[in-house]
Write a protein that binds this ligand. Structure first.
Ligand SMILES: [Zn+2]
Length: 241
């Protein structure tokens, strides 16, 4: 264990054993915008060994308000490349796999090496592709979204048959607007990413995760955990899928 994670810096909830587990973990971060950049930074600093960074887009000036690590000099570069460069400056040992593609039904197999999936996208279609893949590949996933002052997140756990999947929660909802359409406060993104990274660390360490849907308002401030129900007729996880 490097000096970076000395006895003094490891909290009891993680411990030296937990730090080793994190080091041997592979986490896929799908979407390297506001959520993805913040989560990636937290997880690299926490000692997660390998991140799969998935993003097809390039850095724009308007991203710099909330997408941490990107700088003016990165404008026009592929986000996945720019993010990897900055993460390597934080930890030169960080394992980083770069996938510069939009994830769809055909490309989702690129995530097969991941122990855990983090949904940091901003569109419903990709979220549902990820949800379907998580159920099929029996991988756990942390869904997260942030817009305006509000964020929400939820852990999809395919091993628990009675548990709602993401499609159970999102079906019938209006698609979320993207941060580009509605605007999002930088602190909303940071809080959402902080909560998402916390759930990720708990999942990697096989510790109990938050059961319900976490919903917060960073402006009031307020945070609730809402109970969600599995839908028997769910197209993704229901009986007649
Ligand atoms: Zn479902």
């Amino acid at each position: 264990m490097s000096d970076r994670y000395s006895r003094q810096t490891i909290i009891p909830e993680i411990g030296e054993k937990g730090q080793r587990i994190l080091k041997n973990s592979v986490v896929a971060i799908v979407g390297c915008g506001g959520l993805g950049t913040n989560v990636a930074e937290i997880l690299v600093r926490a000692g997660v060994g390998t991140l799969i960074l998935v993003e097809y887009d390039t850095v724009e000036l308007s991203n710099l308000q909330r997408q941490t690590l990107y700088e003016e000099a990165d404008i026009g570069k592929p986000k996945a490349d720019a993010l990897a460069l900055h993460l390597r400056r934080i930890d030169s040992d960080a394992g980083l796999v770069i996938i510069k593609e939009r994830i769809d039904e055909d490309g989702v197999g690129l995530l097969d090496d991941a122990d855990l999936l983090l949904d940091c996208t901003d569109n419903l279609r990709t979220r549902l592709v990820l949800n379907g893949y998580a159920l099929k590949a029996k991988k756990r996933m942390v869904f997260c979204s942030a817009q305006g002052m509000n964020g929400m997140l939820y852990v999809v756990d395919p091993a628990k048959k009675a548990r709602a999947c993401l499609a159970c929660i999102l079906s019938g909802r209006k698609p979320f607007k993207t941060p580009g359409e509605t605007g999002v406060l930088g602190t909303t993104v940071r809080m959402a990413a902080s909560l998402q990274a916390t759930e990720a660390i708990k999942l990697l360490l096989e510790q109990p995760y938050t059961d319900g849907l976490i919903s917060f308002d960073v402006w009031k401030p307020r945070l609730d955990t809402l109970k969600v129900m599995k839908r028997k007729d769910c197209a993704a996880c229901g009986r007649h899928r």
